[in-house]
Write a protein that binds this ligand. Sequence first.
Ligand code: NAD
Length: 501
Amino acid sequence: MTGTELEMTPAEVANRARLATLLGRDWRLLVGGELIPAAGGATFPVTSPIDGAHLADIPNADQGLVDQTVQLAETAFPQWRDTDVQERGRLVGMLADLIEEHIDDLALLDAVDGGAPISVMAGDVRQAAKICRYFAGLALELKGETIPASRTGVHFTLRQPFGVVAKIIPFNHPILFAVSKLAAPLVAGNTVVLKPAEATPLSALYFGELAQKAFPPGVLQIVVGDGPAVPRALVRHPSIRRIGFTGSETTGRGILRDAAEVGVKDITLELGGKNALIAFPDTDPAQVAAGAVRGMNFTWSGQSCGSTSRLIVHESIADAVLTAMVKQLAEHTVGSPLDPAHHQGPVVNRTQYDKVVGFIDEARRMGAQLVTGGGRPANVSDDGFYLAPTILDRVDAGWPVATDEIFGPVLSVIRWGNDDDPVAIANSVQYGLTGSVYTNDLRRAHRVANALETGYVWVNGTAQHFLGTPFGGVKSSGLGREESIGELLSYTQEKAVHVII
Ligand code: NAD
């Protein structure tokens, strides 16, 4: 079936009509307070995962523009650093109002560009606004300590910003990450250069138009280019000493390498995961099933770092859990993300689609049993990168489908018996981002939460982030914590001052 053969609902027709106007703008980078093209008008195309349609030609920045941007950020830094901290917080708080005023446009751009349903992308805008307000409200927490280090002096610490910060973000939550990850470094007094993902840059560039006058020129800048040249130029720039990166483990390691070749840099890495949900036999299979479906983030086609993509379930409840999951997924519709009735859209591009299908096919060849899904669902456009929610049962914990981050709608079910140690299975992968345990035994819940090698654990829950609690990974899932006061403080350096009296 082709896109035109499929009947569009009135809601999708209306969204497409609005898109025609939205996409018809001159896409620009935000540099030094101006909305500018790339040198020589260079551009690269952005296409939609819904049908492969060309959406826009985006300015393709180069090394020269990166240098210019960083220099403007350096020039803007002293005045921004010396701006009253509450005023910095107020301006960051106003970003929340700005994006909420344009919530429909931002959600629409993310849906057509990244493929997640428009209904949930509006939630990403609201979450970004919430995070801006959270960090704005923490401005006065940028405080030091007094230390009774001697009887003959006053000893205290100051928290000072780094200078120019680079923020490099992935494709899967475009506007949420573009806005929320600026908040902490800006409130802390740094100037920021944001590099959106080249696969999904539209909402960030639209946001750049909205935020053009929000700060003095050079305080917030947005540059993007096709491929790794632009982010690498940022990472390797000698004037950038603080980098916040969210993306894949491979790129994260590349950033550590690149950075170390040119200087000593402070780097936060929010990387991938192969997260486990452990289900003990004392739990209600229906609750486990609901948690496992939610935890897989099928809404984003599984393209969420915290997805619990391994279900490590006791053999005595495995059949009941899977039956309940299949029943629940029967209500889950996959289709155009521009129709708010759909629960899931396509994965982001052809590369991702082929990678996911490759993992499914390989697992089946190795002996995994397909419970549901397995490829393209019925009744979707042949042009789009749609994949059905897929459950593979009787997966061996050592197979690639159970050890590698797939970043697609694929759940691997690993059954365990009384002779197995489910926590050891959970901890056997290189990643350590999130983990979940379902049990009604309080002592066991605490024991497992303690033993899981991850940065975030849910007991009888999945998926949800709780603002104010530190989010981040251990092992190959990253360095540093976000979404909490620690994120704000991590964009400062402590200085100890000794006044001898
Ligand atoms: P990616 O690593 O391919 O790209 C992320 C960003 O890095 C993009 O902006 C890209 O242009 C840039 N980049 C590419 N090569 C680079 C290089 N050599 N040096 C510097 N920057 C470079 O990741 P992706 O495919 O966009 O996103 C998916 C990944 O992100 C998954 O692994 C997912 O788990 C991870 N992720 C992690 C979190 C978290 O909070 N831990 C959140 C969301 C996504």
